[in-house]
Design a protein around this ligand. Structure first.
Ligand SMILES: C[S@@+](CC[C@H](N)C(=O)[O-])C[C@H]1O[C@@H](n2cnc3c(N)ncnc32)[C@H](O)[C@@H]1O
Length: 245
């Protein structure tokens, strides 16, 4: 379930000097529309996160939603969790996102409490977790920080616990990469974004978001010690993976 959103027109007019993309008030205000029209398969992924949560949640455990934005993954998991004594901890370092997230989460009643924390996910403790979600968040960290965060998650997971992680991918095969990037741009065009919006957004985001290949992700999961991992969803150059401890 996605909160109602204003239409995303952030990059619709020409911008003189395009700064780095940030998750500020303007973005938070249009975020549901932006992510729906920009990330192929987003709604399917959100629904499936709920299904995976139902399967992997353990009684009296913690569930983390890291880089929660407006709490879409948290809401999806909370609807499916039916184990006793669980708590969801939703974390984001954007105050604009956190404020709006609180409104969305508190609009629904549930037996599973949600704590919404404004913090950097690199600084928080993770412990006694059965589920950790990184839905399109890891890609905003440096490669060094990606490794340490995934290690911290691994150590904070209970045996049998799951990390669900969605990312934009790059592909080593340059022909495949070009095709999948093009198809993503077609997807954005089909959702009403203009050429100007597509190119200005790309310029704004290219310094702050650096995608990894599926091979890099899998090698890192193996190195850290996850016992089982794979891609469970892919649409163009976006996908979602699980890694089980
Ligand atoms: C693409 S959005 C994630 C979408 C969200 N998970 C969902 O499913 O709708 C990335 C989010 O990660 C947050 N973020 C990026 N780096 C972060 C960090 N170091 N600590 C905490 N949050 C971070 C941003 O503020 C933003 O809200």
């Amino acid at each position: 379930m996605n909160p109602k959103s204003n239409p995303d027109t952030i990059f619709s007019a020409p911008i003189d000097k395009i700064g780095d993309f940030t998750f500020d008030e303007r973005v938070a205000e249009v975020f549901p529309d932006m992510i729906q029209r920009s990330v192929p398969g987003y709604s399917n992924i959100i629904s499936a996160i709920g299904m995976l949560a139902k399967r992997f949640v353990q009684p009296h455990s913690k569930i983390y939603d890291l880089g929660c934005s407006l709490g879409a993954a948290t809401l999806s998991m909370r609807r499916h969790i039916n184990q006793e004594g669980c708590q969801i901890i939703a974390v984001d370092n954007s105050s604009a996102m956190v404020e709006r997230c609180k409104l969305h989460i508190n609009a629904y009643r549930s037996n599973t409490p949600v704590e919404i924390v404004e913090a950097d996910i690199r600084d928080i403790d993770i412990d006694d977790a059965s589920i950790v979600v990184l839905n399109f968040t890891l890609q905003f960290l440096s490669s060094q920080d990606r490794y340490s965060l995934l290690e911290k998650i691994y150590h904070g997971l209970r045996p049998g616990g799951i990390l669900i992680i969605s990312e934009k991918f790059i592909f080593e095969d340059t022909v495949a990469n070009e095709l999948l990037v093009d198809l993503h741009h077609d997807f954005k065009r089909a959702n009403g974004y203009s050429e100007l919006e597509i190119s200005q957004k790309r310029n704004a985001i290219e310094n702050v978001m650096c995608p990894d290949s599926k091979k890099t992700h899998k090698e890192r999961f193996a190195q850290i010690g996850f016992s089982s991992f794979d891609v469970w969803f892919q649409c163009f150059n976006f996908g979602s993976m699980f890694a089980i401890k």
